[in-house]
Design a protein. Structure first.
Length: 386
């Protein structure tokens, strides 16, 4: 089913990509070693404090300065390793200017969220010095909920153009599919995915009234209507199974546990780095770094749960669609177009893979199809679709 030439390219591409990712981990380590080794956080803060008195303005400029240093450093290697590699294998359609513009947009949003998180951290630690980790985690969960709610209407248009999907038999077919499972959506939208990449995709995003069906503008060039319906049936499965709320719950527990661990390590960590104040603007980079490392160490548990939800969504789609082969061929095209790995190595499985290996998903859909043919009916795993 796979394109042999694309599989050959995929092996070559992923071999180089894995090597580059190893380089980036080493370079990341070097950045933080130099940053804290030369006390750059202290130097940046002292420079700002000498000319500015307002606390919030100092916080904003400090975050901007640190993230600018980090961003310029990482952008150089992202360009040399990720962007140029994607262009070489014709996965990216972005010009260098467009790529950089997206980086700047991410930079702006990152600074906004870091200011909110940093201000909350410094305020809550004053109000609740012994239980700050609990209230900070609650605030983080609320922020995550807000981001998920506003993503389709505020954040996504920041990177993609969304236009109502034109009236067509496919539109009617997809709306009918949502009606069959009792899910309301605001509308079906087309987004200009081809402006950034060659591989096509579709998704259902948002919560409640902001839920939207998104179809890449390059989807119909490669996929049949049956395959598009199969892909969206998988996304519908996530919503019917309540996976978004389950994943948010897992994320909330992970955040709570991570911040709790940080609170236990925080005083010895600040003492080790020679900070005179336990909770200060200067210590924010260390807080983000320690939180990031602990979150990475705990990430395998969340990834395991994520892969389980993906398997359940696949099961839902296979039960909902008329022909399970359509989901198999859609996965094959997705793997070939994006040069995805069919199997994961141990590191990917442990720390990166939020979805099951796409090769296994194809095999499962084909097995389902064969079993349906043998039984003369749709395959059933003993569970209701809903």
């Amino acid at each position: 089913m796979y394109d042999s030439e694309r599989r050959k390219l995929a092996k070559e591409y992923n071999r180089i990509k894995d090597r580059y990712n190893s380089y980036k981990i080493v370079l990341e380590f070097i950045f933080w070693l130099v940053f804290f080794g030369f006390s750059l956080e202290v130097k940046v803060y002292n420079f700002i404090a000498n000319i500015i008195d307002n606390f919030d303005l100092k916080l904003v400029i400090f975050i901007f300065g640190v993230t600018l240093l980090y961003s310029i450093y990482t952008w150089i290697f992202d360009y040399l390793f990720s962007y140029k590699l994607s262009r070489k294998y014709e996965l990216s359609n972005q010009t260098p200017k467009e790529w950089l513009l997206d980086k700047v947009k991410v930079f702006i949003l990152t600074n906004l969220f870091l200011y909110v998180a940093g201000r909350a951290f410094l305020t809550i630690t004053v109000w609740y010095p012994d239980r700050w980790w609990l209230f900070f985690s609650i605030g983080g969960v609320l922020l995550i909920l807000v981001i998920n709610f506003i993503f389709p209407v505020v954040l996504l248009p920041f990177f993609f153009e969304l236009t109502p999907y034109p009236e067509s038999p496919l539109r009617e077919r997809l709306m009918e599919l949502f009606s069959r499972v009792g899910i309301e959506v605001a509308d079906i939208y087309e987004f200009n995915l081809s402006s950034k990449m060659n591989s096509a995709n579709a998704a259902v995003v948002g919560m409640g009234r902001t839920r939207k069906i998104l179809l890449g503008d390059n989807l119909q060039e490669r996929y049949t209507n049956d395959e598009i319906e199969a892909v969206l049936a998988h996304e519908i499965g996530h919503h019917v199974n309540g996976d978004m709320f389950k994943l948010l719950f897992i994320e909330a527990l992970s955040l709570l546990f991570t911040v709790f661990l940080v609170s236990k390590l925080w005083q010895p960590a600040t003492k080790l780095f020679g900070y005179t104040e336990v909770y200060s603007i200067i210590s924010l980079p260390l807080f983000l770094l320690v939180t990031g490392i602990l979150n990475w160490l705990l990430s395998p548990l969340g990834l395991i749960f994520s892969r389980l939800t993906e398997k359940r969504a696949d099961n839902f789609a296979l039960q909902l669609i008329d022909n399970s082969d359509d989901l198999a061929t859609a996965f094959v095209k997705l793997a070939d177009d994006s040069l995805s790995k069919l199997e994961y190595n141990w590191y990917d499985l442990l720390f990166k893979a939020s979805h099951p290996p796409i090769g296994k998903r194809v095999e499962k859909a084909l097995y389902w199809s064969n079993r349906s043919d043998e039984n003369g009916e749709e395959g059933d795993n003993g569970n209701s679709c809903f």
